[in-house]
Write a protein that binds this ligand. Structure first.
Ligand SMILES: C[S@@+](CC[C@H](N)C(=O)[O-])C[C@H]1O[C@@H](n2cnc3c(N)ncnc32)[C@H](O)[C@@H]1O
Length: 210
């Protein structure tokens, strides 16, 4: 589901940018570290592309693919990220079908970044399944998410548009990661049951020595 005007303004405001670049980046780096040299990363729901800039500059990715449902956001991201040239590829489409959006094969990204977007998706489980599918074995999913608890608050209800049904608690989000074999590294930061930040890794296939 696309952001409304109020959320678009808030998400792109200086305080939110500060939070993302100072607090969230620091927490995610503490849990997951920088990505490997020459890593290929994906940002889901990239909005105006600020997260992709952090992925390149602070997390150390060499290349970022970024996808967003909203063509207006992709245009904004293209302006912001133009200086990175072919280190960035932008696509309009849904996280729930990364083959259609980016022609993304299984096991094709070393890291996937989610700066507050999965709670916007009606079929959020399909989004997690796609993240798990496209991660390489050992690849990491860096996430910052907004729970059903936050979305039920009057301020969220009045100001923003989100899918009304089937939102997730922090525990349900983590259960879904586990369902796809994604294992949380270290711990999770929870903020008042409203937000959760963490990093989960896709396992390597079991060796068969026979
Ligand atoms: C709260 S904004 C976050 C944007 C950006 N990650 C940031 O932190 O500035 C959620 C974004 O997810 C996008 N979005 C919603 N549903 C999507 C989907 N199914 N696939 C890809 N992007 C989606 C919206 O268009 C919006 O740009």
């Amino acid at each position: 589901m696309l952001m409304n005007k109020v959320e678009t303004a808030l998400v792109n405001s200086p305080p939110r940018r500060w939070l993302q670049s100072v607090y969230e980046t620091q927490v995610l780096l503490r849990f997951g570290g920088r990505v490997l040299p020459r890593a290929r990363a994906l940002e889901i729901g990239c909005g105006s592309g600020y997260g992709s800039q952090l992925v390149l500059e602070r997390f150390g990715a060499t290349h970022v693919d970024a996808v967003d449902l909203d063509p207006a956001m992709i245009r904004r991201a293209a302006r912001r990220l133009a200086r990175y040239g072919d280190r960035v590829r932008l696509a309009q489409g849904s996280v729930t079908d990364l083959r259609a959006a980016l022609d993304a094969d299984d096991d094709s990204y070393d890291a996937v970044f989610d700066f507050g977007i999965v709670h916007h998706i009606p079929d959020w489980r399909a989004a997690i399944a796609e993240v798990a599918r496209v991660l390489t074995p050992g690849g990491r999913f860096y996430f910052e998410e907004v729970t059903a608890h936050a979305l039920a608050r009057p301020i969220y209800q009045r100001l923003f548009d989100h899918p009304a049904e089937d939102r997730f608690t922090g525990a349900q989000f983590l259960d879904e990661l586990a369902h796809h074999g994604l294992a949380v590294l270290g711990s999770i930061t929870r903020i008042q049951g409203d937000y959760l930040l963490g990093v989960a890794a896709k396992p390597y296939p079991a060796r068969s020595d026979g």
